[in-house]
Every structure is written in C-alpha cells, then in structure tokens.
Design a protein around this ligand. Structure first.
Ligand SMILES: [Zn+2]
Length: 140
C-alpha cells in the first residue's frame, strides 16, 4: 500500500483538461483517455493498493473505501517509479479486435443460442453512433 503522490495542482489540472466525469490520472488529475497503466485506488481515494491488499481491506468491511481502477498518465508514470509495482498494464488491442470482445460479452449476456453476430454488430454500431452524436466519445 502506498500513499498517492498527489500533484498539488490536481483540481486545476482537472479543470484545465476537462477530466470531470472521466477517470483522470490518479496522481495529477489530468484527463488520461488512452492510459495503459492503471492502479487500484482504495482508502476512499488516498492510497494505491495491490489486488491482494484490496481483497484484504474489502474483507475487513472497507468495501466502501474501494474506489476501483484509475489510470496513471505516462508522465506521472515516469515521475513516480515507486508506483511501478502497483501498475496493472492494460493490454492494447488492435482495431477490429474490439468486435470479438464485444460479441463475447453479448454472447455471455444473451446466451449462446440467441447471439447473432450480425445483429450484435448492428447494435454495437448503432450505440457507437449515438455516443459519437452526443459527443460522449470522439473518433477512435
Ligand atoms: Zn498524471
């Protein structure tokens, strides 16, 4: 377990990079939409823990203090090597692989018999278009 080495400009960075409502970098507050490194934040937002530590804390009725996974931007990752052993690196997927991931999820939810890949992809594109039309996600 390690205290988050907060940037003193955390709130300013959130305002400046419009990261409100997103998951900003846990250290500096900057928007970090493509972060590869993530950490498990606990203690109501004060500490970074390993998955093992998180499980121990959650078993001792600290579940409400579990803040889940937050990204660490590349700059902060370089500035804070002490966090390295807490980082969980998100695998990068190639364009096209998201379809397999999405269909997998769809199959899990709707049941293997009902899952039709064409309908599933139509639905995915429809949702994507809605999100883009509302400016919730940008191209990518
Ligand atoms: Zn940062």
């Amino acid at each position: 377990m390690i205290d988050i080495p907060f940037d003193p400009k955390f709130s300013d960075n959130m305002d400046r990079t419009h990261s409100h409502g997103n998951y900003p970098c846990a250290v500096c507050g900057c928007n970090a939409p493509r972060a590869k490194a993530w950490v498990h934040v606990h203690g109501g937002g004060d500490v970074i823990v390993t998955e093992e530590e998180s499980e121990q804390l959650n078993n001792s009725e600290e579940v409400r203090a579990d803040m889940g996974m937050w990204p660490i931007g590349e700059d902060c990752r370089k500035k804070h090597p002490e966090l390295e052993s807490y980082l969980q690196i998100k695998p990068t997927i190639k364009a096209g692989e998201w379809k397999a991931l999405f269909f997998d999820l769809y199959r899990e939810i709707s049941g293997k018999e009902l899952a039709d890949e064409t309908l599933c992809m139509q639905e995915a594109y429809h949702r994507l278009a809605t999100l883009k039309a509302n400016g919730i996600i940008k191209e990518g």
